[in-house]
Design a protein around this ligand. Structure first.
Ligand code: F6R
Length: 608
């Protein structure tokens, strides 16, 4: 959360920083700010989105070739101009932008107050700028002062630091991500590569507790003990257009439409003659138990995986919310596998869970979208989803790519454990290969119907989703998608569980969206649907053609039936998801909510 950028070169820094900052707005948008150093330092800050900062900048003369900027997801202190970054130290020597949380800020603040330091804001960041200034006043050695902070500061902090006497950006990475973009006679710092991709494809990716000294024509990197480090340049192979809307009204809609391509990119390189080649050294015969750790939608992808891997490979699998994992003292044994799922590869809870597993000597395998991310770097083994940059806060294509890759992993494990034959593997893989085309078909035929349904149900105060087995895994994701962007209250329930309490919330015209695709439990879910309809619920049914034609005899308007193309039951979550994503998108559009940047959220959750 929070995005930081910095520029040093020959060009106007303000324009470049604002443009780059906008590409980081997905990381937080409670407030933003910019500092330009041109002999004297000038700072402009604004509450709310970057557009407010741009408005303020029209009235300011902010010229210079060196600066840092920040977009905030508030942690310490309410969103306000005063709490917005950058924050300057008491004597004005240091100005800082910060992504992360300084956990021992109170203790450091108390010590600094005793030394006479005053604090204007409620932030932990102002504590950092003053700490570095205090150390610098004592030592007159800036690298030493930063290194001291790295040793004493607890928590997560990537920093961009301006020193009033120097044309340099100092930068630090601890837990939160930070990259240095390498240009010609200009260099950049940013929280992620997509921010500055327009200007350079060459990057240094800072590792834990590294310090960068970035000048216009020189970059040096040090460890926390001030030893200089030589790093490889990471060259990005995707284009800036991947991070633009390309004519779509929202990134979310663009990313929904990109799903067929994203899934092809994920699966095609891993399927050779209908056989799976994941190119990782892992043998499921040696795995006793799988612990999946992830948050939000990635955890929902994990539940899809649990269904498949337990059913096909018969490996006991538990799915943990990463924020709970460490604190429930999980039983981890030598031959277990920790499977980490994360789009960003930076989610603090997921990263902490991965580290917990490693400390306990358990092998870790990560499913990650962002190359070079912390989770990817720290995991023993990686499978990248290759879905391309995902900008909308609500995930769509990354989730779809995750479940596609997890299907392959589950099948591979089943074959390794001799639970399925080569022929079954080929048959299942053949089905997976049809997913992108089937999604294309849904996208072609469904938009108008979904738009109508969105209009019809936009005023519902509460929308329920029900399903069993893999359909339950799918509706958990459908319900999250709906509530996070439309702000309509929604719950997903295992269809059979409703009658144990929640059914009391069903009243006349409550909308219940039922996912009913699994043949072996089809009739059971149908009965649960009848139960809610008997209590006055309205119903949208997402089902498969075959089942629909044979089985559905409930009284439901045809326009409320969403039919997925025929596919093996294991893979229906890939198709039902599309309807639920579109429904969430269009209902939010009807309600006028900020779809790509829903309130209170951020794309990359780098705080615990
Ligand atoms: C919901 C959503 C979140 C993320 C979660 C984990 O649409 O995007 O629930 O899935 O914050 O993020 P990653 O996958 O980056 O670890």
């Amino acid at each position: 959360m929070c995005g930081i950028v910095g520029y040093i070169g020959n060009k106007g820094a303000t324009h470049i920083l604002i443009k780059s900052l906008k590409r980081l707005e997905y990381r937080g948008y409670d407030s933003s700010g910019i500092a330009i150093l041109n002999k004297k330092l000038k700072i402009v800050k604004a509450k709310g989105k970057i557009i407010n900062l741009e408005e303020k900048l029209k009235k300011e003369n902010l010229n210079g070739n060196l600066g840092i900027a920040h977009t905030r997801w508030a942690t310490h202190g309410e969103p306000s101009d005063i709490n917005s970054h950058p924050h300057t130290s008491n004597n004005g020597l240091f100005t800082i932008v910060h992504n992360g949380i300084l956990e021992n800020y109170k203790e450091i603040k108390n010590n600094l107050q005793k030394e006479g330091y005053n604090f204007l804001s409620d932030t932990d960041t102002e504590v950092i700028s003053n700490f570095i200034e205090y150390q610098y006043e004592k030592t007159k050695d800036l690298l030493e002062s930063i290194s001291k902070f790295l040793k004493e500061g607890k928590g997560s902090f990537s920093l961009g630091i301006l020193f009033e006497n120097e044309n340099t950006i100092y930068t630090v990475k601890k837990q939160s991500p930070l990259v240095i973009g390498i240009g010609t006679n200009e260099n950049f710092i940013s929280s992620d590569i997509s921010a500055t991709l327009e200007y350079t494809k060459n990057y240094y990716i800072l590792e834990e507790e590294e310090i960068g000294i970035v000048k216009k024509d020189n970059i040096q990197i040090f460890d926390k003990n001030k030893n200089e480090i030589k790093k490889d340049i990471y060259v990005v192979d995707f284009d800036v257009s991947a991070a633009e809307k390309n004519g779509f009204d929202h990134f979310m809609l663009k990313e929904i439409y990109e799903q067929p391509t994203a899934i092809r990119n994920t699966i095609n390189p891993r399927v050779i003659n209908d056989e799976i080649d994941l190119k990782i050294d892992i043998d499921a015969k040696e795995i006793n138990k799988i612990h999946v750790v992830a948050c939000g939608s990635a955890a929902h992808a994990g539940i899809v995986f649990k269904n498949i891997v337990e059913s096909l490979a018969r490996i006991p699998t538990e799915v943990y919310l990463a924020s709970e994992f460490r604190y429930q003292n999980p039983i981890l044994e030598e031959n277990d596998l920790i499977l980490v799922i994360s789009q960003s590869g930076e989610t603090a809870d997921t990263l902490a869970a991965l580290r917990h597993g490693k400390t306990n000597g358990v092998k870790t395998l990560s499913i990650v979208n962002v190359l070079g991310s912390s989770i990817a770097r720290e995991s023993d083994l990686n499978l990248f989803t290759w879905a391309g940059p995902e900008i909308a806060v609500a995930t769509t294509k990354a989730y779809s790519a995750q479940i596609s890759l997890l299907y392959l992993l589950g099948i591979k494990f089943a074959f390794q454990r001799k639970k399925i034959t080569k022929e079954t593997e080929k048959l299942l893989v053949g089905e997976i290969l049809t997913i992108p085309e089937k999604i294309e078909n849904i996208l072609k035929i469904s938009e108008n119907q979904i738009k109508e349904l969105s209009k019809k149900y936009k005023n519902n105060k509460s929308i329920f989703f029900i399903g069993r087995g893999l359909d339950y895994a799918a509706v958990l994701e459908g319900s999250l998608k709906l509530k996070e962007i439309s702000y309509i209250h929604s719950e997903a329930y295992a269809a059979g569980e409703l009658k144990h309490g929640t059914i009391s919330l069903i009243e006349d015209r409550t909308l219940v969206i039922s996912c009913i695709t699994q043949k072996h439990i089809f009739e059971k879910t149908m009965s649960n649907l009848q139960e809610v309809k008997a209590r006055g619920a309205e119903s949208i049914i997402i089902t498969n053609e075959e089942a629909y034609i044979k089985e559905i005899n409930v009284d439901v308007d045809k326009s409320n039936l969403l039919i997925i193309p025929k596919i093996n039951d294991y893979f229906t979550p890939s198709l039902t998801a599309i309807y639920m994503q579109l429904f969430s998108y269009y209902i939010s559009r009807e309600l006028g909510s900020d779809i790509d940047m829903p309130r209170n959220l951020a794309k990359s959750v780098t705080v615990e």
